[in-house]
Structure formats: structure tokens, C-alpha cells
Design a protein around this ligand. Structure first.
Ligand SMILES: [Zn+2]
Length: 353
């Protein structure tokens, strides 16, 4: 008998298609995966036009019956409605076609109904398009629910490049946030003996590093930029799959962003807030926060309260209360968080306010 007792199960996507005209492969991917003859397609009115109609046509050509559901928003009601349709119509799988919202709704509904889920993002605004978590509004609060890893991810770089650049820049913020997330994870291991995967951490960090090195190449309406960000999001997603949690891509900077979502009058995009959070949390970690800030500036992502469209006081409040989110997830914020003076000092030094 040796003392080795580790076991690990990883849930990874089976097909990832990234690139020009990738949307045209959705039909074949569904057939190759033998998912069945009845599908739910979740989109909104905009993403239906951009990509949903193409998917619909491909599936019908392959004799797959499609039930469409255009969601009003990413809320609990939309998830319940999607799940009901899967059950009532005895559907075999679900596709989410859109930005974050349609994907989150389809992902969680498919998980609850026990059917596979295919992710077809029309924008690269955050790593939820490849991860197992779903961000859904329930009872007026945005919450992250554990769901399932998509069985396939299809990212069309042409469609992503045509989406508003703000979304792509936001996706960059979410990828760069891996840097502080990994540092927080190491703290959790060192101070709480938490499970830690060296492979997941290295892969997650690599995606952020490569993006920072190539920040100058991220430009609006450029398919190469969409390609680069899409691949980095896939790497982040795989890192989370290896870890079996969002730990490698979500730390103190995400707690800050989630707090802003709950307390700011007009929160910015998830990845935008995470990017700004990364600047400040990197300072707390004693790391190179200026490098993070410069990369975000080069890309054209927000680095200040003003650019996020939130007030200085909302930033300070966000810092003070960030540690209260997922308190079991240990980070540089510790168990007590920052006091008002420290929060204000941090935001000023890092030029966020
Ligand atoms: Zn994120």
C-alpha cells in the first residue's frame, strides 16, 4: 500500500469550434454528437437575427425539430420557462445562442432538465460562454448557479468581431482577472489547505499572460482579435473544468464585481468590473498592478470609476463589502475585508478614483 489517494473527475466540452464561419458547423456538430431530433433554441430577439436563424435553418435541414424561446432577460422565470419547454415537448438538448444571457439561461435550464447543452456565443464578453456556471437574476439579485459544462462550444470569430467592441474589451478584463484569481487560490491553499490544481492555475494564468503580452493587437472589428480573445476564454474555461470550480478564474476581483452588481446604481459589464478589480487586488497582492492597468488601457477597457460609470463611493463600498461574497472562498481580502480608509487609499493609489 502506498499513501496515494487522489481521484479526479473533469467535465470538459467534447467539441470546441473557434473561427471564421464557425456558425455554419452547428448543424454538423449536433448530428455528430448524436444529441437527438428535438432541440430547444434559446436566444433573444437580436441574437436570433445575428446567429439564431442560421442555426435554426441548419437544424431543420438535418431534420431536427426546434422549439424557439426568445428570452426577455437572464432571470429565474426564463430558466423555469425553458426547463418546462424541454420537459413538455420532450426535447433532447438545448442550444444557447447569444451573449451571456441566452447562454446562461439555456445552460441552467438544460442542467435542471438533465439534457446536454451547446453554447453558441455571439460575443466574447466573459468566460461564462465556456464554463459550467450560470449567472441568473433571482429575487432581484444576480447569482451564480452551478450548472454544466457545454458539450460543445461554437465561437464564430466573424460574428464576435461584429459585436460591440465594449463586449470584447470586457471579455479581456475577465481573462486578465485570472491573474489575481490564481494568486487568491494559492492563498486559499496556503492558509486554508484548500484543494489547488497546479495545472489549472498555470493554464488560467497563461491565458491572462498571453493576453497582456498581446494587448496592443486587440482592436475593434478585427477578426484576429476576436480569435485571440475567444481562444483565451476557452483556455480559462478548460482551466475551470480541470479545477472543477471557477476558482482559477474568479477571486477577490470577482467578489468586488459581484458586490458592485448588488450595490451600484448602474453596474458596468461583468468583465469591465473584474478588470478594474484586478488592478486593485493586484496592488493588495503586492504584484504588478500597473502592468494590469496598462494592458486594460491599451485594449480600451475601463480602468476608473468614471469609465465604469459608477461613483467613487460605490467603488469604496464595493471594496469594503467584497469579502462578504462567498466567504468560504478565501482571498487576499481575508475574513474582515477593508475598512473605509484602506479602501479609499487603495482606489486612489491605483488611480481608480
Ligand atoms: Zn468572470
Amino acid at each position: 500500500m502506498n499513501g496515494f489517494s487522489k481521484t479526479k473527475a473533469m467535465e470538459l466540452p467534447r467539441f470546441v469550434v473557434v473561427g471564421h464561419d464557425a456558425i455554419k458547423q452547428v448543424g454538423d456538430v449536433c448530428v455528430n454528437l448524436k444529441l437527438g431530433r428535438r432541440a430547444l433554441l434559446v436566444a433573444d430577439s437580436t441574437t436570433m437575427k445575428i446567429a439564431g436563424e442560421s442555426v435554426l435553418q441548419q437544424l431543420r435541414e438535418r431534420k431536427i425539430r426546434v422549439v424557439e424561446y426568445l428570452i426577455p432577460d437572464a432571470n429565474w422565470e426564463a430558466v423555469s420557462e425553458s426547463k418546462d419547454r424541454i420537459g413538455k415537448e420532450d426535447l433532447d438538448f438545448a442550444l444557447g445562442v447569444g451573449g451571456g444571457r441566452s447562454i446562461d439561461v439555456a445552460k441552467l435550464a438544460a442542467f435542471q432538465a438533465g439534457v446536454p447543452f451547446i453554447s453558441v456565443p455571439t460575443a466574447a464578453s466573459h468566460d461564462g460562454v465556456v464554463s459550467s456556471g450560470a449567472s441568473i437574476e433571482k429575487g432581484g439579485v444576480k447569482q451564480t448557479f452551478a450548472a454544466q459544462t457545454p458539450i460543445a462550444v461554437i465561437m464564430d470569430t466573424g460574428i464576435i468581431a461584429e459585436s460591440p467592441f465594449r463586449l470584447l474589451a470586457s471579455g479581456c478584463g475577465d481573462i486578465i482577472s485570472n491573474l489575481t484569481a490564481v494568486k487568491d487560490w494559492a492563498l486559499g491553499r496556503n492558509l486554508r489547505n484548500e484543494y489547488y490544481s497546479t495545472y489549472a492555475a498555470a493554464l488560467s494564468e497563461l491565458a491572462a499572460r498571453l493576453l497582456i503580452e498581446n494587448a496592443a493587437t486587440i482592436k475593434p472589428r478585427l477578426e484576429e482579435s476576436a480569435w485571440f480573445v475567444a481562444k483565451a476564454l476557452v483556455s480559462s474555461g478548460v482551466a475551470m473544468s480541470i479545477a472543477g470550480s471557477s476558482r482559477p478564474a474568479s477571486g477577490s476581483e470577482h467578489k468586488f464585481s459581484h458586490t458592485l452588481d448588488r450595490t451600484a446604481k448602474k453596474p458596468a459589464l461583468h468583465g469591465e468590473q473584474c478588470g478594474v478589480g484586478t488592478i486593485m487586488m493586484m496592488y493588495l497582492h503586492g504584484g504588478n498592478w500597473e502592468e494590469v492597468r496598462n494592458a486594460l488601457l491599451t485594449i480600451g477597457a475601463p480602468t476608473t470609476a468614471r469609465a465604469l460609470g459608477v461613483t467613487d463611493e460605490e467603488i469604496i463600498e464595493g471594496l469594503i463589502h467584497a469579502h462578504e461574497i462567498h466567504p468560504e472562498r478565501y482571498t487576499i481580502l481575508g475574513d474582515a475585508g477593508l475598512n473605509h480608509e484602506a479602501a479609499e487609499r487603495l482606489a486612489r493609489i491605483t488611480k481608480v478614483i
